[in-house]
Design a protein around this ligand. Structure first.
Ligand SMILES: [Zn+2]
Ligand SMILES: [Zn+2]
Length: 341
């Protein structure tokens, strides 16, 4: 089968190769891929990436084969999957199903062959059924939605009356903003030059306020809105080092800062001003775990988030270079690849 292989750590060490189809183990499910979204980690890498590996972890497809231990999942089921491909099952984190923190965890499309291919295989526990009203392209966004759900509901414990600032209107930011709004928070999302399309999508999705921070003074707006206190919670979704300090400065005393984007370089911060003077809580949010998926699927079933609006391009897998190129540009949102028919 055709598969997109990352064969080295370099940004361009990627090629389409012919490899054997996966054979599902006793507890695994083999899925025929219908749609797989391009993630920032496919474009820029991250620490868990172990080449050579087939990329792709935001995916949806149809079950074509199940191992002998698999019950309740049948050939023909429309499914999506958690990215947890292997866990130790023994550690403190596995005991509480915080699989995203298991030291021995292996992820789909980073350490285990992923879904930019015609087929992939994964442990049965990671499989989730796609709600009937959701198409495959939209369903490929369940993974980033679960990451955003983990951040907003499980890490920030967001409250309905809170004022939220989301930095970065990419797919993760737009999902985060939608979840926060669905919980009853007042949500402001901001971007910079080039983000116009993404910000107008945010507006379409009903986010309370959009801001191009290079064009309009957000400090002034926020100080009126919050009677000079600052926002309750900042979600950093851009992965830009500059955004960190920018966001920290806009939070009220005692507020929360949640890091969702991946920042690839070291940054310097004045911890006396952040932790001592302001008593801020700085919280990390790493991918997703089973509880995040259950909540994310509920949000979709209740009609509280729109996934379809975020799919801005669909291309055949053979055209992956164009897809990756478009995914790097800010005038697109989520680019999805489909195996060639
Ligand atoms: Zn991803
Ligand atoms: Zn473990």
């Amino acid at each position: 089968m055709k598969a997109l292989v990352k064969y080295g750590k370099g940004e361009n060490d990627i090629e389409l190769r012919e490899i054997p189809e996966p054979i599902p183990q006793r507890n695994e499910v083999k899925v025929k891929v219908e749609a797989t979204g391009i993630c920032g980690t496919d474009l820029y890498g991250y620490s868990a990436l172990k080449p050579p590996v087939v990329l792709g972890h935001e995916t949806a497809g149809i079950v074509v084969e199940v191992g002998e231990e698999v019950k309740n999942i049948k050939v023909g089921d429309r499914v999506t999957t958690e990215t947890t491909a292997y866990i130790c099952g023994q550690c403190k984190f596995c005991q509480s199903k915080d699989y995203n923190l298991c030291i021995y965890r292996k992820g789909l499309g980073s350490a285990v062959n992923g879904a930019f291919a015609e087929y992939f295989a994964i442990r049965k526990e990671s499989i989730h059924q796609i709600p009937p009203h959701i198409d495959f392209n939209s369903a490929s966004l369940f993974e980033p939605l679960s990451c955003a759900t983990h951040a907003v509901i499980e890490q920030a414990n967001l409250l309905p009356h809170e004022i939220v600032l989301v930095l970065g209107p990419g797919p993760l930011g737009l999902l985060t903003a939608q979840i926060a709004k669905s919980l009853g928070a007042r949500v402001i999302i901001c971007g910079i030059e080039g983000d116009e399309k993404r910000l107008s999508t945010a507006k379409k999705l009903g986010i309370n306020q959009i801001f191009n921070i290079k064009k309009k003074d957000i400090k002034n707006y926020l100080s009126k809105l919050t009677v000079e206190y600052g926002v309750d919670v900042v979600f950093e979704c851009s992965g830009s080092a500059e955004a960190v300090e920018y966001g920290l400065n806009l939070i009220r005393k005692g507020g929360r800062y949640i890091q969702e984007g991946i920042i690839h370089q070291p940054i310097q911060l004045r911890f006396d001003q952040i932790l001592f003077d302001k008593e801020l809580s700085i919280i990390g949010s790493r991918t997703q775990k089973p509880s995040s998926w259950d909540k994310a699927i509920n949000l979709v079933n209740e009609g509280k988030v729109n996934l379809k609006e975020l799919v801005s391009g669909v291309l055949p897998l053979s055209n992956w270079k164009e897809g990756f190129g478009r995914a790097k540009k800010k005038n697109s949102i989520k680019i999805v690849l489909q195996p060639d028919k």
